[in-house]
Design a binder for this molecule. Structure first.
Ligand code: NIG
Ligand code: FE
Length: 433
């Protein structure tokens, strides 16, 4: 008697299946190297979920008599969970290629912002854009993400900076979640910058966020997380604490952009508030690392941002891993500090500049990234009962992906059991899985 009666999709002849099976929590220290490798493997899927995974002979035994509706021969390929991108500024208007020349001339990122450019120029473009325009631009980005192997994405607001414009961004993200195969997790980031109208009195903007924006966003169910840019010249630690505590009172989970450029105390605050995650952490020192560890905060590192800011400054990932902080990786996809949708380039930057081993990198872009957005029970590993979010790579081994950089190594992507990318091409209809 077989255990599994129905199989919609069977993947056979997998050379190496990296399952990331393990404890039901983010992985720390040496656990980040345990990636659950199975050779000569197969995976069976039914109703969008994994129903069997293991050595091919065992899987075939388990599904005996089930008569799979479709079988894919992986041809000895490497197979991993779909990648999870836990930090993006997905929905925005316009682009900022004009900043490239300024950067080359040496104008710092925060200086461009202080002059009313940077984030604030994207705020102007986003306020002007219609919902349809924002939708079309973000949909194209999601397609690029899917083609590069990403199947779950966190999306922040933060280019509206008024209640109406923030709601517009979040509404677009909700529609994308309904209509694009990628699953989205929604974050309110009204505290991404101080808008021009409040430049002379930033505390009034903080009051507006606390008294008007958070209550409405939370009551309308538009966001699950609240994030804030805690940085010199943007929001202070004290303002960050007030906003995050208010968000928590309204039922939102917490994230913080901390120590991106200067270590103001953002990672210490993340630990104190036991935020789900703290992001960037390029300038984080020993007390910050200690605080993240004690607070059980996941460090979401964004090495493509360091690469693109070109300051030569990278987060102290080795120290974090050695101290027992769970590390995740993300694109930080946005039009300024990180205009890329590819988690594969992030994997290369993490290998070369964060000095993370390939196994640690894979853990950081799958299961730890899933826990950083509170989806660790649903995605991030190939285990029975989890969503069938699966990538078949044009490679036999993991190292090849970060090593051979700047090109796309994805062959096939399966999202919630549906084949959405086949031989590197989006399947025509791409229905919501
Ligand atoms: O995560 N640091 C703040 N926010 C984004 C950048 C946004 C932008 O430059 O438009 C970040 O790097
Ligand atoms: Fe960011």
């Amino acid at each position: 008697m077989s255990d599994v009666k129905t199989v919609d999709l069977l993947i056979t002849n997998i050379g190496k299946c990296l399952t990331l099976a393990g404890p039901k929590r983010a992985r720390i220290g040496k656990e980040m190297r345990e990636i659950g490798e199975i050779e000569e493997a197969a995976i069976a899927v039914a109703n969008g979920k994994i129903v069997a995974v293991g050595r091919e002979e065992d899987v075939l035994q388990q599904i005996k008599g089930a008569n799979p509706a479709r079988t894919i021969d992986a041809n000895g390929r490497l197979v991993t969970p779909g990648l999870v991108d836990p930090h993006t500024h997905l929905v925005h208007g316009g682009s900022r290629e004009h900043e490239l020349a300024l950067k080359i001339e040496g104008v710092p990122y925060l200086e461009i912002l202080a002059q009313g450019g940077g984030i604030l120029s994207t705020v102007r473009a986003t306020r002007k854009a219609s919902e349809e325009e924002l939708y079309a631009q973000a949909y194209a980005s999601l397609n690029r993400m899917l083609l590069h192997g990403t199947t779950t994405v966190e999306a922040k607001s933060g280019y509206g900076l008024s209640l109406e414009a923030e709601r517009k961004q979040l509404r677009v993200a909700h529609r994308l979640d309904q209509e694009h195969p990628i699953d989205l997790v929604h974050t309110f980031m009204g505290a991404h910058a101080v808008p021009d109208e409040y430049k002379s009195n930033p505390d009034r903007y903080v009051d507006l966020i606390i008294e008007e924006m958070i209550p409405v966003i939370a009551s309308e169910g538009l966001a699950e997380f609240c994030d804030i840019f805690c940085e010199r010249g943007v929001f202070t630690v004290e303002q960050s604490r007030r906003i995050l505590l208010a968000a928590r009172q309204h039922g939102l989970k917490l994230k913080i952009h901390a120590d991106e450029i200067e270590a103001l105390g953002g990672s210490e605050l993340a630990g104190e508030l036991r935020c789900t995650s703290a992001e960037h952490l390029m300038a984080t020192g020993d007390t910050g690392i200690e605080s993240l560890k004690n607070g059980g905060v996941i460090a979401v590192l964004l090495p493509a941002t360091s690469f693109n800011l070109a300051t030569g400054r990278y987060a102290p990932a080795r120290k974090m891993i050695e101290e027992g902080v769970a590390v995740a990786l993300s694109t930080d996809y946005n039009p300024g500090s990180s205009p890329t949708e590819s988690m594969q380039i992030v994997m290369t930057c993490a290998s070369l500049y964060l000095r993370m081993r390939p196994e640690e990198v894979l853990t950081a872009v799958t299961i730890n990234a899933a826990y950083a957005i509170d989806r660790g029970e649903q995605v991030g590993s190939l285990e029975v009962g989890k969503k069938a979010d699966i990538v078949l790579w044009n490679s036999k081994n993991l190292e090849y992906i970060p090593y051979h950089f700047g090109v796309n190594h994805v062959d096939t992507v399966i999202k919630s059991g549906k084949v959405v990318v086949e031989h590197g091409i989006l399947t025509t209809s791409c229905p919501k899985a």
